[in-house]
Structure formats: C-alpha cells, structure tokens
Design a protein around this ligand. Structure first.
Ligand SMILES: Cc1cc2nc3c(=O)[nH]c(=O)nc-3n(C[C@H](O)[C@H](O)[C@H](O)COP(=O)(O)O)c2cc1C
Length: 261
C-alpha cells in the first residue's frame, strides 16, 4: 500500500497520513509533487489517492497527474479520498471516474470535512475552537473507516450516481472551469517584502522573486498555500484581502497557536 496526496494547507496531508498509518503502519505516504511519486506508485497494488475538493471538483494538478501517468493505473486498487470544508457531492467520484477510464479498480471513496482553506473570502470562516472540533470529528471518521476497511468494508462516499448529480448541480455546473480560469489570477500587493517563502512553498513553482518582489506566473492551481502562509498577508486570489490565514500545522504544533487571525 502507498498513500499519495495533494495538499495546499495541510488538511489532506494529515488525513492521508493518518488513514494510511492506521491501515498499514509500514506504508509510505508521499506528496504528489514529489518527483519520484509516479515511480513509487507503479510499485504498489493498493493506492490511497487524496486531494482537497475545489468547487466539487479535483484540483487541476491532480487531474493532470492522473492523466500524465495514465499507464500506471491499470489493475491498481484505488481508494479515493477527498477533503472538503462542507460539501462536494461527488468529490471523491471525480478522480474515481477518471481513474476507471485508465483501468483502475476503485475500491471506495471517502469524504472528510476539514477547516476551510480559502483565506481571502469570509464565507465558511469558523472559530479556532470550531476548527479543532472539526479536526477531531475528522480524525474519528478516519479511525472508524480504517477499522471497517480492515474488515474489507470500504466507504462509498461520492461514488453513487446521485452524488454526481449533487456535485454537478450543487456547484460544478456554476463554477466549471474556474480553476483553469484562475491559473493567472494570483495577486501580490505592495505589502510583499520579497522574503520568497511563497516561491519556496508553491507546488507549481508558479511564483518567482524578481527585484525584491514576488511575481506570480500563470500556473496557479488554487491550493491557497501561499495565501495562507505569506507573513505580510500580501497574496490573494478569489478575494482582495486576507481575512483568515489557515494552515493545519498551526493547530497541531502548539496549544495556543491560532491558525486563524
Ligand atoms: C479554490 C477552493 C475551492 C474549494 N471548494 C470547496 C468546495 O466546493 N466544497 C467544499 O466543501 N470545500 C471546498 N474548499 C475547501 C477545501 O476543500 C478544504 O478546506 C480542504 O480540506 C483543503 O485541503 P488542504 O489543506 O489539503 O489543501 C475549497 C478550497 C479552495 C482553496
């Protein structure tokens, strides 16, 4: 078994690592941007593939990874995991359908609600206490699922036809193409100090520091890692001001850390 994830702000990383560890404590979990990811996947028969839902869809980077490595999925057993703030309908189903086209055997789908990562939009913002409660509930769901999976009973979140209808009409139809349309819309304002943290963190290598300022390119995959990490709060995408910076590690690291400002 191997776990592979894409994660902007750490939710999906946490969920994948926890689930995989509970299923097989010797199994490895790797980020999708790891250069050896495809090679490692090809050597395993059972894959836990996880990503954050974006408008009831999978991130562009995940779609491209699956397509770019289309030859490795044939005959693999795959459990699709989608983290989400509230609702996706068929978040896990999006990858499942594509993977089936490449011959994968989809054994299950799992949706896990985690704190919202969109740092520049007020909607869905919750208190620190509520975020911690969400993470606890998520952890409990993962533990229950792992226990059932060990008995051969897989969750089927997002895999049914009515989930697809809910995802399509609930969000995807209205937001279709949004991830693509936003690939060159990252905004970096004058508060930028040119520290280069965003450039180092970006999984798409989409930000460069030029003349002491961070400059965005046109490959943004909307993961929100830079928006939530910038010490100067200088980066926005959907909104124009940073309302709350969220990163999973801020919750995990220290009792009094906030994760939301
Ligand atoms: C661009 C964008 C779109 C999102 N769309 C949805 C959505 O449609 N439904 C939902 O419940 N959560 C949505 N979310 C919230 C994330 O899926 C959720 O916070 C996820 O756990 C973040 O995972 P990560 O920390 O691994 O990046 C969205 C987040 C972003 C950045």
């Amino acid at each position: 078994m191997i776990g592979i994830y894409f994660s902007g702000t750490g939710n999906t990383k946490h969920c994948t690592e926890k689930l995989v560890r509970l299923l097989d404590e010797t199994a490895q979990t790797i980020p999708m941007e790891d250069k050896s990811a495809a090679d490692l996947l090809s050597r395993h028969d059972f894959i836990v593939l996880a990503y954050p839902v974006q408008y009831s869809n999978m991130p562009v980077m995940v779609r491209e990874f699956i397509k770019d490595h289309s030859a490795i999925w044939n005959g693999k057993k795959v459990l699709c995991v989608a983290t989400q703030a509230l609702f996706s309908g068929d978040g896990a189903g999006c990858a499942a359908r594509l993977l089936r086209k490449y011959g994968a055997d989809i054994v299950g789908g799992l949706h896990i609600c985690m704190p919202d990562s969109i740092g520049d939009v007020k909607l869905l913002k919750k208190s620190i206490v509520k975020h911690r409660e969400m993470i606890q509930t998520a952890d409990q769901k993962i533990e229950k699922c792992a226990a059932k999976i060990r008995q051969g009973r897989y969750p089927k979140d997002g895999l049914y036809f009515y989930d697809r209808i809910a995802g399509l009409f609930g969000q995807r139809l209205w937001f279709y193409g949004k991830t693509k349309d936003y690939s060159d819309r990252l905004k970096i304002n004058d508060a930028c100090t040119g520290c280069g943290l965003c450039a180092r963190l970006c999984p798409m290598e989409n930000i460069a520091v030029k003349n002491g300022k961070a400059v965005p390119g046109n490959r943004c995959t909307m993961c929100y890692r830079c928006v939530n990490s910038c010490p100067a709060r200088a980066i926005t995408l959907l909104g124009n001001t940073v309302v709350a910076q969220y990163r999973f590690d801020k919750y995990a690291d220290a009792e009094d850390s906030t994760g939301i400002h």
